[in-house]
Design a protein around this ligand. Structure first.
Ligand code: HEC
Length: 123
């Protein structure tokens, strides 16, 4: 298993979520940011800016996220700024991206605790 896969395993991601993360890092982080908070390198040039997924995703069903990924944000009556991927990515990749958005939509508190963030052992 490569470094990426090991890291994903430590984060408690399933196989499909790991595939989705790989795709997300490749295609989506430039705008959405690594954690989906909407702070990617390209985000400041966009109006509307990409939303913070933790707040925006839970408002809709995964079917709606999928529609945006496949056909672009314009397909749901929003801006054309989120590009369509349905013609370039196979449906398995879209399914994996939807699975990983499920991970990014969780409130921060539900992410597995980093070992470094645990309280130090008392002397
Ligand atoms: C060029 C920048 C850009 C890229 C690349 C991009 N997005 Fe977006 N995305 C946006 C913007 C901007 C919005 C907000 C659009 C709007 O509200 O009109 C958005 C919105 C979304 C939404 C709706 C979020 C919500 O709950 O409101 C989803 C889902 C989404 N993007 C998924 C993706 C995925 C998955 C990828 C990668 C496969 C991706 N985007 C790549 C810019 C981008």
């Amino acid at each position: 298993m490569d470094v990426f896969g090991r890291q994903a395993q430590e984060e408690g991601l399933s196989r499909i979520e790991t595939d989705g993360k790989r795709l997300f890092v490749h295609y989506c982080v430039t705008c959405h940011g690594e954690t989906g908070e909407g702070d990617g390198q390209n985000a400041s040039t966009l109006a509307p800016a990409p939303p913070d997924f933790r707040a925006s995703l839970p408002v809709h069903q995964p079917a709606y996220w999928k529609q945006i990924i496949e056909a672009g944000s314009v397909a749901v009556g929003r801006s054309p700024l989120c590009p369509p991927w349905g013609r370039t990515l196979p449906s398995d990749d879209i399914t994996a991206l939807v699975a990983y958005l499920g991970v990014l939509s969780r409130p921060a508190g539900q992410k597995p605790v980093e070992p470094a963030a645990k309280a130090p052992a008392s002397p």
